[in-house]
Design a protein around this ligand. Structure first.
Ligand SMILES: Nc1ncnc2c1ncn2[C@@H]1O[C@H](COP(=O)(O)OP(=O)(O)O)[C@@H](O)[C@H]1O
Ligand SMILES: [Mg+2]
Length: 215
């Protein structure tokens, strides 16, 4: 279980997150929505251990982040908004490279399987020749090499084709249900959130998002 307790974040005098309380169980997919600048990425970075809250705390399986950062990091997969891949290397070489950086050992066959499970089949292709959707899938595949228990995705489907989007979302649903992965997902797209997520957490106080959820 992931517990967010009274999490507040200020940048200087600017209050971005105000005492957020939320609990997420194994296997749940949670959608974070809110206007631009509401603080979705900020919350995701806090959940990824990349930033500390100004006050409040986060716990994963009862372990407070503050005390157990190293162990907790190993359980987290984080896919930031900006894609970071080796463009001149193939899909395979990217997977192998990131596997070496991780603390797990996977065979090439296992790495390939992660990709084919989400219909990323261009194993030998250079990343620079892939579509935006396929690059997104590769980014996601890399974040899954160490089999995270908590997967954090910052707008994973922005600007990609519908087919890739449907495939990514289908894959994520299966991952949550089969492996019990906790998935926290940000998006602007309410329809996508409603379709994919078990529950929605609205960030910010824009009444638009609060109203639209009730429709
Ligand atoms: N490192 C930072 N320093 C100062 N202000 C920041 C920083 N990161 C984000 N902000 C501000 O905090 C607010 C929330 O940003 P962000 O979490 O990126 O929102 P979202 O992802 O919902 O668009 C924005 O007003 C943004 O300008
Ligand atoms: Mg953002």
């Amino acid at each position: 279980m992931l517990e967010i307790r009274e999490v507040t974040k200020k940048y200087g005098r600017k209050h971005v997150l105000d005492r957020i309380n939320y609990q997420i169980s194994r296997g749940e997919v949670i959608g974070l929505i809110g206007e631009n600048g509401a603080g979705k990425s900020t919350l995701l970075q806090i959940l990824a251990t990349l930033m500390s809250p100004t006050s409040g705390q986060v716990l994963l399986h009862q372990q407070p982040y503050r005390k157990h950062v190293k162990q907790i990091r190993k359980k987290i997969g984080y896919v930031p908004q900006d894609i970071a891949l080796w463009e001149d290397l193939s899909v395979k070489d990217n997977m192998v490279f990131f596997e070496k950086l991780s603390w797990v050992n996977k065979t090439e066959q296992q790495l390939k399987r992660i990709c084919t499970d989400m219909q990323l089949n261009q194993w030998e292709e250079k990343v620079k020749n892939l579509s935006g959707g396929m690059k997104r899938k590769l980014n996601l595949a890399i974040s899954l090499i160490h089999e995270p228990e908590l997967l954090l995705l910052d707008e994973p489907t922005v600007g990609i084709d519908l087919k890739s989007r449907v495939e990514i979302n289908g894959y994520l649903k299966g991952l949550a249900k089969q492996k019990g992965t906790i998935i926290v997902y940000t998006s602007h797209d309410m329809n996508e959130i409603k379709e994919l997520c078990d529950r929605t957490l609205i960030i910010g106080d824009d009444p638009f998002y609060h109203d639209i959820l009730d429709r």
